[in-house]
Design a protein around this ligand. Structure first.
Ligand SMILES: Cc1ncc(COP(=O)(O)O)c(C=O)c1O
Length: 423
């Protein structure tokens, strides 16, 4: 078990320092910074009284391997620290973590509200499985807090938030949306995979007039930035509220969402460098967003730090709250190519890239590209129908040198443009 954390200085440390010096008591006589991999399905109890008094919710004792071992308890504590939460539960993937929240909080007759640009599989879960359990859903415009307010009814038991929006990267009016949920006393849960506990402090947000806002739940696909290797799947659900945590933990135990301790160890090894990796990927993405914004073959770039990107003002409001650090926007950007590009041209562009590999996910060392056709994917986004078309290319920036990535984009854009102009 961990010893209580002891502040090193009165100054408040950065995420890197906090994660590297996180309170941890190694086994007696083995003072290594590495957290040992403790595996077990059965975990012996010292007595029957210990069985009866086991603390399944707050992890002061062990119960059964499915509910965690000393290795996963350390990762849960560190993710809670990263997110500024009090409690954390691990799940086998980011998607499993999202759906654990859905299953824990929703019952027949309830409704869940989702942003129009929500992560696709969360939308599909609502449209298919939740619908089959008699749970309804509706979409709201994430840039319009009044639209959310108008859709909340007595049936609404959960509001999903996502910043920035999946694939199209609009930054929502996050502060306005949380304020609406707080006023109407509806539980709000943020998919915080993009922010990763680094771009902003999800549990310490304040409205523009300085009022504290209450985010109830932060879900994080640890698969992305915390893993950093593109080789592990895991998710987390963080809360500050003990009762809400207990509700989630009960569901977690009922659906049997265990995680593998070797995977937990891989994430523990990567966490000390998360802040450095996030900052490096953010710097490269900002450089490449500026490069693409000026390229004649590009109709529009989506990157929250660009003033032309939808929701830029909300990004400044939320990610600029910490005056000591520059506002960050993760390592993701998307762009709409020139509307004269066919879908075959988009495919040719993706295949002409050398360093960017075609694949899903983000946060790993290798840069990735993926093409999307947004037709039918968004109901409420007027900026799409008015503007740049529906073919979108998403880039996830890895840890390669940004100038090499820029040269790669330049050569692939030139190759496709030459083809488009001659056809
Ligand atoms: C925003 C967002 N949330 C959640 C997930 C799910 O994470 P996982 O791949 O670990 O299931 C993803 C995965 O791409 C994502 O992009």
């Amino acid at each position: 078990m961990n010893s209580p954390s002891k502040p090193l200085t009165t100054h408040s440390p950065s995420a890197s320092t906090e994660l590297i010096h996180h309170a941890y008591t190694p086994p007696t006589g083995f003072a290594s910074p590495a957290v040992p991999v403790a595996k077990g399905s059965t975990i012996f109890f010292p007595s029957m009284a210990a069985v009866r008094e086991r603390d399944w919710a707050f992890k002061t004792t062990y119960t059964y391997g499915l509910h965690g071992t000393s290795t996963s308890f350390v990762l849960e504590e560190r993710i809670a620290t990263l997110e500024g939460a009090k409690h954390c539960i691990l799940a086998p993937s980011g998607l499993a973590a999202l759906n654990m929240v859905n299953l824990a909080l929703l019952a027949q007759g309830d409704e869940v509200l989702l942003p129009d640009n929500v992560y696709g599989p969360n939308k599909h879960f609502a449209q298919q499985l939740l619908a089959s359990y008699g749970i309804t859903h509706a979409f709201y415009d994430p840039q319009d807090a009044q639209d959310l307010a108008s859709k909340i009814s007595p049936k609404t038991k959960l509001v999903w938030l996502e910043a920035a929006g999946s694939v199209t990267l609009e930054f929502p009016d996050l502060l306005g949306l949380i304020a609406v949920c707080n006023q109407q006393k509806v539980v709000c849960a943020l998919d915080n995979t993009w922010g990763a506990g680094l771009a902003f402090a999800p549990f310490d947000l304040r409205s523009p007039d300085g009022q504290a806002l209450t985010l109830d739940i932060s879900v994080h696909a640890l698969t992305k930035f915390p893993s950093g290797g593109g080789d592990v799947l895991m998710g987390s659900v963080c809360t500050r509220d003990a009762e809400l945590h207990k509700r989630l933990k009960r569901c977690h135990m009922q659906i049997g969402f265990g995680v593998g301790m070797n995977d937990v160890e891989a994430i523990l090894r990567a966490l000390p460098s998360i802040q450095l990796r996030y900052a490096a990927q953010d710097r490269s993405a900002q450089q490449l967003a500026c490069f693409l914004a000026q390229h004649p073959a590009v109709a529009q770039v989506r990157h929250p730090a660009l003033p032309t990107s939808p929701g830029h003002q909300y990004w400044q409001q939320v990610c600029g709250q910490n005056a000591q650090t520059p506002a960050q926007a993760a390592g993701l950007l998307s762009f709409f190519p020139d509307p004269s590009w066919s879908s075959a041209d988009v495919d040719a562009f993706c295949e002409a890239l050398q360093y960017f590999k075609i694949g899903y996910s983000w946060g790993g060392p290798v840069s990735l590209v993926m093409a999307y056709d947004l037709r039918g994917d968004r109901q409420l986004d007027s900026s799409l129908s008015a503007g740049p078309g529906t073919r979108l290319i998403r880039l996830c920036i890895g840890l390669e040198d940004a100038n090499d990535l820029q040269a790669d984009l330049a050569q692939a854009l030139a190759a496709v443009q030459a083809q488009v102009q001659t056809s």
